[in-house]
Design a protein around this ligand. Structure first.
Ligand SMILES: C[S@@+](CC[C@H](N)C(=O)[O-])C[C@H]1O[C@@H](n2cnc3c(N)ncnc32)[C@H](O)[C@@H]1O
Length: 629
């Protein structure tokens, strides 16, 4: 079953219709809801479960799962993939809900996306095509099917139209039980719309494909691509399969989640006038792993709408998925309309859809062919960010260096009370940990890290340090069991990151990654940073003054613009975001301001210095009035 169009054509078309003429279907009208009108004012989500059979949720790994899996992996067996890849797909297809990234979308959100796409249920009659790449319980598929069936009936179609219907939808699902259950529901739905059992089954067989969307040989292109791709971290994908995905998809980069190649492939399959509407994690729009996908989108497509759904309950399960609704087409050089949704009530979503489709409302213009993080806010603060980006250098351009502290791979062995680490003095360093800087000043808790590196970057020779050698030997099992040791057996006692002893003795700012607000703490040059901390050193800036500049305003301001939002308004002060913070050059700060900045650092009173900092950046009073501090 490698070639889907051929399969569709081979289905018998005769004698299976038993549609009452012009029958009006109440469910269909309810599903049309307020977006399409013509029906009861009842919510689609309310009407829909009463007709569809309940979704079976047999625990994965039961006998039933096994039986269906071996019987159903039809595509995979035909794809000329290595047995290792075939087995990996089979394993994934039997995974738990978490392993398969199965999060199902609420009906209100499905309706919202259909509205944004200006979805026309009659598309099938013009040889239109729709793709649902991972249909799960059918939360997109079944309402769409209902709309198509309604349209089919309203137009009083003849039997010959039936073949067109079969071409209209292509959809995939990897999980055996889910596939079976949704297939059964689709057949029941078709029957409830007047199709015979045979035709209903033919429709299901033509529309639904059991297999891996990322490997399926799809030869059609689509007017609509719609859905909610799976959320699966790379760690959960078997290595051999991940390698195959990497060969096929240019956007899998760094630790990209599987939804990234789903977006790439879905976009590739769009017709020239086609349109994609997904609800999907928003992380890729700003983070590191999303860079190639951002470039892919901005070089060939148009991001039409982005609706921030982070605070909305868009899914049936209560999950933290940081979702956004995205609509992408191929219209060139257009702006992106933006909205935020806090509540998925039909009334609210309807109002948002109206705003997005209207002429007014927030929008932004993305740089084309760029992998830069998308600044998807359009308010006055974003205009200030863009102005300051042109005016001031980045931290690194202003003579600062940004790095991260040491990861050891086994803290319980490499880290301990500094005094009691029984190694030569030169083989241990006092360590700064997150808890040591909580108050805004360094309060060392007395921990230290064992240091396997000489200052020249080479590993210390154990023959030269008998106490150090014994310390390691006594803990050899744990140390050798780390990935970094397994990868390089000769260097089995190295830490994951190289330790550069001299970093201990230079003044630095220490910054924890995830925080509600900026937290930059001045460390005079006594401690080595632990891996939960980023550090900033500088050859140009006085670090006390820099601490005041960052704490008074600028770090929160820039990082909020660049960072992926976390629930509860937490910001990510990772290196990639720190590197984008702009600061004036130290030489441009007059002696009086220098003094004031340093004094604020000593008293930790950063609010008192805010006006000085705004002036240093050249913020106008009008701009200052729009900034939320
Ligand atoms: C996030 S759920 C979305 C389901 C549905 N589209 C919805 O919005 O309710 C993703 C679905 O993708 C399926 N899936 C995971 N990996 C897949 C793959 N490689 N190909 C096709 N489906 C896959 C999962 O089993 C799950 O049912």
């Amino acid at each position: 079953m490698a070639n889907y169009p051929e399969r569709i054509l081979s289905i018998s078309l005769s004698n299976h219709l038993r549609l009452p003429k012009n029958r009006q279907n109440g469910l269909g009208r309810a599903l049309l809801g307020q977006f399409w009108g013509g029906g009861r004012a009842c919510s689609p989500a309310v009407a829909y479960p009463t007709i569809y059979p309940p979704l079976e949720r047999t625990p994965p790994g039961t006998g039933m799962t096994q039986a269906i899996s071996s019987q159903w992996l039809f595509d995979i067996e035909d794809l000329d993939l290595s047995p290792a890849i075939t087995n990996a797909v089979k394993t994934l297809s039997q995974g738990t809900i978490d392993e398969r990234g199965a999060i199902y979308t609420k009906g209100e959100v499905v309706d919202f996306i259909l509205e944004l796409l200006a979805f026309k249920p009659s598309f099938w009659a013009q040889n239109g095509t729709l793709l649902e790449p991972s249909f799960g319980g059918g939360d997109f598929l079944l309402p769409i099917a209902q709309l198509i069936f309604e349209d089919y009936q309203c137009e009083n179609r003849s039997e010959s139209d039936f073949s067109q219907l079969l071409h209209s939808i292509t959809s995939f699902e990897l999980h055996a039980l889910t596939f079976e259950s949704t297939r059964a529901r689709l057949i029941t739905l078709a029957e409830s719309n007047g199709f015979s059992k045979k035709v209903s089954t033919d429709i299901a067989d033509a529309w639904l494909h059991r297999g891996d969307f990322l490997l399926a040989p799809i030869k059609t292109t689509f007017d609509y691509v719609i859905g909610n791709p799976p959320y699966i971290r790379q760690e959960s994908i078997p290595d051999v399969l991940l390698r195959e995905y990497r060969l096929r998809y240019q956007t899998i980069y760094d630790r990209a989640d599987i939804y990234v190649p789903f977006i790439e492939r879905s976009l590739t399959l769009l017709k020239p006038n086609g349109c994609l509407g997904f609800i999907c994690a928003d992380r890729w729009m700003k983070n590191r792993y999303g860079a190639p996908l951002r470039k892919f989108v901005t070089s060939r497509f148009h991001l039409r709408y982005v609706v921030d759904m982070v605070e909305a309950d868009a899914f049936h399960a209560d999950v933290t998925a940081y979702p956004a609704v995205i609509v992408i087409d191929r219209e060139a050089a257009k702006s992106t309309k933006l909205a935020k949704c806090d509540c998925v009530s039909p009334k609210n979503l309807n109002a948002i859809a109206k705003r997005l489709k209207g002429k007014s409302g927030d929008s932004c213009q993305l740089e084309s062919n760029s992998n830069q993080p998308w600044l998807l806010d359009s308010g006055p603060e974003m205009a200030i960010v863009r102005r300051l980006e042109k005016l001031h250098p980045t931290l690194e351009e202003a003579g600062c260096k940004i790095g991260i502290g040491v990861a050891t791979g086994a803290d319980r062995v490499f880290i301990g009370s500094f005094e009691s680490l029984d190694v030569e003095e030169s083989r241990k360093l006092p360590l700064a940990m997150t808890k040591d800087i909580q108050t805004g000043r360094v309060e060392w808790s007395g921990y230290g890290v064992v240091n396997p590196f000489e200052e020249n970057g080479e590993l210390a020779n154990l023959d030269d340090y008998p106490r150090f050698a014994k310390y390691l030997k006594d803990r050899e099992d744990v140390i050798r069991n780390r990935n970094v040791a397994k990868k390089n057996v000769a260097n089995w006692y190295r830490t994951i990151d190289r330790i550069t002893t001299s970093l201990t003795y230079v003044p630095k700012l220490l910054v924890p990654d995830i925080k509600g607000k900026a937290h930059f703490v001045y460390e005079t040059g006594n401690l080595y940073p632990h891996h939960n901390l980023y550090y900033i050193t500088s050859t140009e800036w006085d670090l006390r003054a820099l601490q005041s500049v960052l704490m008074a305003w600028s770090a929160n301001f820039f990082v909020a613009a660049y960072s992926t939002k976390m629930r509860g308004s937490f910001l990510r002060f990772q290196a990639q975001n720190l590197r984008r913070i702009r600061v004036p050059h130290w030489v441009d700060v007059c002696a009086k301001d220098r003094e004031a900045l340093i004094a604020a650092s000593e008293s930790l009173d950063f609010i008192s210095i805010r006006d000085v900092v705004l002036r240093l950046y050249g913020i106008t009073s009008e701009e200052a009035a729009t900034i939320k501090f």
